[in-house]
Design a protein around this ligand. Structure first.
Ligand code: MTE
Ligand code: MO
Length: 452
């Protein structure tokens, strides 16, 4: 490493937690040299270690002939093929399953549409919007049907929020730490700007009858997926989304229309929406009884646990990566989100939770949406354990895995939001570890990686 002078500067600026965690404000100053990616402080003399090579007389091939022509719809660079979803169909029925967002390969906070995670119970329907309508009926003054052109006449609104499957990260319940990369362990969550008609507007138009408390939402897929949703949520901040990050919804994510219920578990964000029936009680569908309930330590099952609790994940460096530059400065970055509102704080530890320091949160920090955090870290070359811990604006703090297990027992399957530990060995290789090997004593069988 050629960053000795800079490393001394950082030392002088002061570590703020054990094992090399540095003040987040150093990110805002210029002059830090991170790992292998060197950039020069302004005004630094050329020829210094780490300075960019001055382009010479030999031009690369792409400068010697005109580039290719325009294209109607862009695709990623051919060198980025590995930035892809990780699909895992069900062993029994191939159209049932999920594909994970490669969170560890992405930056910023918005998930590109082609990489939004997928969870289908019976495949992606090929819906012709010309032959599709949404029906609102049941306890309403007048039943209404809306085609796509009907809906597009309403004033549209946008909300940036995450959608997270209740089964996301459920390998965290296993006795043996998952070896998957961060996104393929925690990537049943994605974050988009959704645009559509606020549900409250459509319900108002239909006229809600007294006594209506629930709405049964049904999709137009071959599973006819349906769930019960409290009416109040639909009147609060729910959208009937038609657009995703500026373009019409992708078929995988609900084309031509889907429910978006900010902060609530994936399953109630019904895709390919065809029917909303207002009722006085829940319908007790498969996906709110046999699935998406939480077996508690006392043997009872928690139902209708809609809100996705506060959570965070270091996306880089993370499991499977290598600190290629050897000992020196690195940027620790990741995502935090909460179904209860804004992320207030993300703390980072490099010494397995003994000491913590606040990471920088990238503005704007939106409610019920991904927040990006960053902090500089000087890796000494010795083994380390990196953790991130998020707190939301309601004061809820992401629990350690052992705290989550103490609360919820060992029969959990959904709603895993425990703190994640990435280990770093003396070769700079990142892995996943649990704090306590003791959790192995219970004799509970491992959960197979699964989605419902
Ligand atoms: N109609 C329908 N809606 C559905 C599903 C489905 O299989 N059919 N899966 C649900 C589940 S379990 C999740 S986690 C989310 C996933 O949304 P996505 O595929 O856009 O990521 O959609 C929900 N809505
Ligand atoms: Mo889900």
């Amino acid at each position: 490493m050629s960053d000795q002078p800079v490393a001394r500067l950082a030392d002088a600026a002061g570590a703020v937690a054990g094992n090399g965690i540095l003040d987040r404000r150093l990110l805002l100053r210029q002059g830090l040299v991170f790992g292998a990616m060197a950039w020069l402080p302004p005004g630094a003399a050329a020829g210094q270690a780490g300075s960019p090579r001055v382009p010479g007389s030999s031009r690369p091939p792409w400068m010697r002939e005109p580039g290719r022509e325009f294209s109607p719809y862009g695709v990623p660079a051919r060198f980025e093929q590995e930035t892809a979803r990780f699909p895992a169909p069900n062993r029994v029925q191939r159209n049932n399953g999920a594909s994970w967002t490669p969170l560890h390969l992405l930056e910023g906070t918005i998930t590109p549409n082609g990489l939004h995670f997928e969870r289908h119970h019976n495949g992606v329907p090929d819906i012709d919007p010309g032959g599709h309508e949404l029906l609102i009926h049941g306890l309403v003054n007048r039943a209404l049907a809306f085609s796509v052109p009907d809906l597009l006449r309403y004033p549209l609104e946008s909300r940036t929020c995450f959608i997270e499957c209740g089964g996301n990260s459920n390998a965290g319940w296993n006795r043996i730490p998952s070896r998957s990369q961060a996104g393929f362990f925690h990537g049943l969550v994605s974050n988009s700007e959704w645009t559509g008609v606020p549900l409250g507007v459509l319900l108002h138009e239909a006229g809600v009858k007294p006594g209506a408390k629930w709405v049964v939402a049904e999709g137009a897929d071959a599973f006819a997926m349906h769930v019960s949703i409290p009416l109040a949520k639909l009147q609060d901040d729910a959208l009937l989304a038609l657009y995703q990050n500026g373009e019409r919804l992708r078929p995988e994510n609900g084309y031509p229309m889907r429910l978006v219920l900010p902060g609530w578990e994936g399953v109630v964000n019904v895709k390919w929406m065809r029917r909303l029936e207002l009722t006085d009680q829940p319908v007790m569908a498969r996906n709110e009884t046999a699935r998406y309930t939480d077996l508690m330590p006392d043997g009872t099952a928690r139902m209708f646990s809609f809100v996705m609790e506060v959570k965070s994940l270091i996306t880089s460096p993370s499991s499977g990566m290598v600190l290629k530059g050897g000992p020196g400065l690195y940027q620790v970055t990741g995502l935090a989100w909460s179904g209860r509102g804004r992320i207030r704080r993300v703390e980072i530890s490099a010494d397995n939770g003994r000491t913590w320091a606040d990471a920088e949160l990238q503005e704007p920090v939106l409610p019920k949406a991904f927040a990006r955090f960053r902090i500089p870290w000087r890796w000494s070359g010795a083994p380390a354990v990196l953790k991130s811990r998020a707190t939301d604006e309601t004061g809820n703090v992401q629990p350690e895995r052992r705290e989550l297990i103490a609360q919820r027992g060992r029969h959990g399957f959904y709603h895993y939001n425990g703190i994640v530990n990435w280990s770093v060995d003396e070769n700079g290789v990142l892995g996943h570890v649990y704090d306590e090997v003791a959790a192995q004593q219970t004799g509970t069988p491992d959960i197979d990686a699964d989605w419902d």
